[in-house]
Design a binder for this molecule. Structure first.
Ligand SMILES: C[S@@+](CC[C@H](N)C(=O)[O-])C[C@H]1O[C@@H](n2cnc3c(N)ncnc32)[C@H](O)[C@@H]1O
Length: 262
């Protein structure tokens, strides 16, 4: 369940929780090094997602106990989209995240590296505009969008910092970014239970539902290796984004990082 008063953080030494639970404070500007499990080459990542595309939406909902729907709604709300605005959803996959954005009345377009995911999306959501595109070289001119977002995909991009810079390039000055990504649960006891689920139960459940269970071993490992809320906020800020803050969902299982184009 989405927490109603979660922590949000920014780059000042004191942690503060503001309206809507967005936190700021205590963010170091020192970027963390990427872990080996996050160093996937683009063709390997695309092939892996091609392999899960057929049952991606179902597997997602099963493995997240239906929470994915709440996370997507919270992402749309955090973007503050208005009718007529243009929003780009990078790493859109089957378009499940793009479709949610369109409920705001904004024009939402999705881009993804995996043709398998895009084809699955075209079949299940023919009304959602989806196109092939690499987060590191987006096929759009500078300042094309009012807002950009990336859900559960930044962790899979081979160069996180370059992707954040590329997202900034296609966003107009004053435009908004929301990164929706798995993160670090804040409660230590819950964190222990969650990590055990990730490393033991999730791959077992994936074997029962997914068309490519090995991909879910990668999922568990990549989540464990991913920077925590504070570290990711520092990287967003270092990539040309201002007013960086975050909000935890489901106790920090997922975090939304929000920022504004300088
Ligand atoms: C876990 S899925 C997320 C899909 C969707 N955004 C969602 O919320 O369910 C991650 C997606 O990121 C895509 N991806 C990974 N690296 C990418 C890159 N460099 N450029 C564009 N998409 C990428 C994958 O192909 C995959 O479809």
């Amino acid at each position: 369940m989405v927490t109603t008063a979660p922590p949000f953080a920014s780059r000042r030494p004191t942690r503060r929780t503001g309206a809507g639970g967005w936190q700021s404070g205590g963010v170091s500007r020192t970027p963390q090094g990427q872990r080996a499990s996050l160093d996937k080459q683009p063709h390997e990542v695309a092939a892996m997602f091609d392999g899960v595309a057929a049952r991606y939406d179902l597997t997602n909902t099963v493995l997240s106990f239906g929470q994915d729907r709440f996370w997507r709604r919270a992402t749309r709300a955090a973007l503050g989209l208005r009718p007529g605005e243009r929003v780009l959803d990078v790493g859109a996959g089957t378009g499940v995240s793009t479709e949610e954005l369109a409920h705001s009345g904004a024009y939402a377009v999705g881009a993804d590296l995996s043709l398998g995911m895009l084809h699955a999306g075209k079949r299940s959501r023919p009304h959602v505009p989806l196109l092939a595109g690499d987060a590191l070289r987006l096929p759009f001119a500078d300042a094309s969008f009012d807002a950009v977002t990336i859900s559960f995909a930044l962790r899979n991009v081979s160069d996180t910092d370059a992707a954040l810079r590329e997202l900034a390039r296609v966003t107009r000055p004053g435009g908004r970014l929301v990164v929706c990504e798995f993160s670090t649960p804040v409660n230590p006891a819950f964190r222990t239970v969650y990590l055990s689920y990730l490393m033991r139960s999730l791959p077992a459940v994936a074997r029962a539902v997914s068309s490519n269970p090995d991909a879910y071993v990668y999922l568990a490992e990549s989540i464990r290796a991913w920077p925590d809320q504070r570290a990711l906020a520092a990287r967003v800020g270092a990539a040309g984004w201002g007013r960086v803050g975050w909000r935890n969902l489901t106790g920090g299982v997922v975090a939304l990082h929000r920022a504004t184009r300088d």
